[in-house]
Design a protein around this ligand. Structure first.
Ligand SMILES: *Cc1c(COP(=O)(O)O)cnc(C)c1O
Length: 447
């Protein structure tokens, strides 16, 4: 019985094995110690009879390399969904990264007042440009739009009533539930209307001495069709003003340029919404706005300065990486260089251009293996619910489920439509086309 324990190799000796040459000794020792401990336990309990030394060495080496394999991996998004929540939502262009780089890799005046040589304000950099872009009194940027909602409610509505339409008490992907966020923030939710209909008179009847705010929430990826009615934001605003209450619109996804394919038909753009000068609005930085993860709050100056006084802001504050990239995005907006904002660039790409790119890839792969088809896609990211728009895809011939898995193993995520495996060009970056072609050839073993 005791003999088998004698076979356990000495840790120091293992670590010196030539197969670990060039690897960090400290880490090898640590891993070897853990593995041997596990083997000792297995011997004791009788799950194994003896130790295989070369197996042990290989196992240590594998664990070592596993430690360094990146967890975040680059993917080719061929689903056609531009704002894919599971694949990083909006992308930042290499141009913007280059422009922001000096700020990210050097010291900066992030919180330093160059003029007076004293402490400055981190939020001023971005808000100056954003005020310009949106034409609002003031702007504040926080970690994401969920934080924006929380900060606004906590600052103005703690212990007070906020009136919201029942039809807008939505859950947004990733279990962000408006009613729960409201209660966590300390605000008291006063639901009005029915799920499919909320009229101005419903809001009016709900007013009480404890009301402070009327809030409107974009329904995100949920839409009510048919017999339904929503009160226009301007009417809510008028009602709020008449009663000296705040009006707040959680837009979810704010966008600036007029959207193609009539996608903006049931949605209002930021310029349209801001025309009536709402007290406060908030939206995500990485939905249709096409920048980094951030929550952008815009509105009346005195309200924004109240938000800045809330201690919570310290917890929700954004890093210089966010601020630098957001600033560069805004500059591209101001110069109308939309090609530097990938989300917009992909959305605005003409069907004809997508078709030409797909045909080029098809030509390289061969018509016996694939064909080019017209299809439709959606924007994703909880924006533009149920709104489809045209796209072009490469149909890879063969068993869809098998192909889907095979391509996924090669980090190409496509989609299956009518039992066909498709690579949708709407969400494939043009600079990826050549790499994609090579990868498809390798997967289909085309010489
Ligand atoms: C997406 C969304 C949020 C959450 O925004 P994040 O930036 O993901 O935190 C909040 N409200 C609405 C209406 C949304 O669509």
């Amino acid at each position: 019985m005791k003999n088998k324990f004698r076979e356990i190799p000495k840790i120091d000796k293992i670590a010196q094995d030539p197969i670990f040459e060039g690897l960090n000794q400290k880490l090898i020792l640590k891993i070897a110690k853990e593995k041997i401990e596990a083997l000792r336990e297995a011997l004791r309990s009788g799950t194994i009879e003896k130790i295989d030394q070369s197996e042990l060495l290989e196992a240590v080496k594998k664990s070592y390399h596993d430690l360094f394999s990146p967890s975040l991996k680059q993917l080719i998004n061929a689903t056609g969904v531009i704002l894919h929540t599971n694949m990083g939502r909006s992308l930042i262009s290499e141009t913007l990264i280059e422009r922001a780089k000096p700020i990210l890799c050097n010291y900066s005046n992030l919180e330093y007042d160059l003029e007076h040589g004293c402490r400055g304000e981190r939020y001023e950099h971005v808000s100056r440009h954003m005020i310009n872009l949106l034409g609002v009194e003031d702007v504040l940027v926080v970690n994401n739009n969920a934080s924006a909602v929380f900060l606004i409610l906590n600052t103005f509505a703690k212990g007070k009533e906020v009136i919201v339409s029942r039809g807008e008490l939505v859950e947004i992907g990733g279990s962000f539930r408006i009613p729960e966020v409201m209660s966590q923030s300390g605000a008291i939710l006063r639901e009005v209307g029915a799920t499919n209909k909320t009229k101005l008179s419903d809001y009016d009847k709900a007013l009480s001495d404890n009301s402070v705010m009327i809030m409107k929430v974009h329904k995100s990826n949920f839409s009510i069709e048919g017999f339904s009615e929503e009160t226009p934001y301007e009417e809510i605003q008028n009602l709020a003003q008449t009663h000296h209450l705040l009006d707040y619109y959680d837009l979810g996804s704010g966008y600036i340029p007029t959207l193609p394919y009539h996608l903006g038909q049931k949605e209002h753009s930021l310029p349209q919404i801001l025309k009536s000068k709402p007290s406060l609005i908030s939206f995500s930085g990485d939905k249709l706005f096409g920048s980094v993860q951030a929550g952008i709050i815009a509105g009346k100056k005195e309200l924004i300065s109240e938000l800045k006084k809330n201690q919570l802001l310290r917890m929700l504050r954004v890093d210089k990486i966010t601020l630098a990239l957001l600033e560069e995005t805004i500059k591209s907006y101001l110069k109308e260089e939309f090609e530097d904002i990938p989300t917009l660039d992909m959305l605005f790409t003409e069907v004809q251009t997508l078709k030409e790119r797909a045909l080029k890839v098809q030509e390289d792969i061969g018509i016996t293996r694939c064909d080019v088809i017209d299809s439709t896609t959606v924007m994703g990211g909880g924006t533009l619910p149920n709104r489809e728009f045209p796209t072009v895809a490469l149909h890879i011939k063969g068993k869809a489920e098998v192909l889907e898995k095979e391509f996924r193993n090669h980090h190409i995520i496509g989609r299956i439509e009518n039992d066909k495996f498709l690579l949708d060009f709407r969400s494939i970056l043009p600079r990826i086309d050549a790499i994609l072609t090579q990868k498809i050839k390798a997967i289909l073993t085309i010489k």
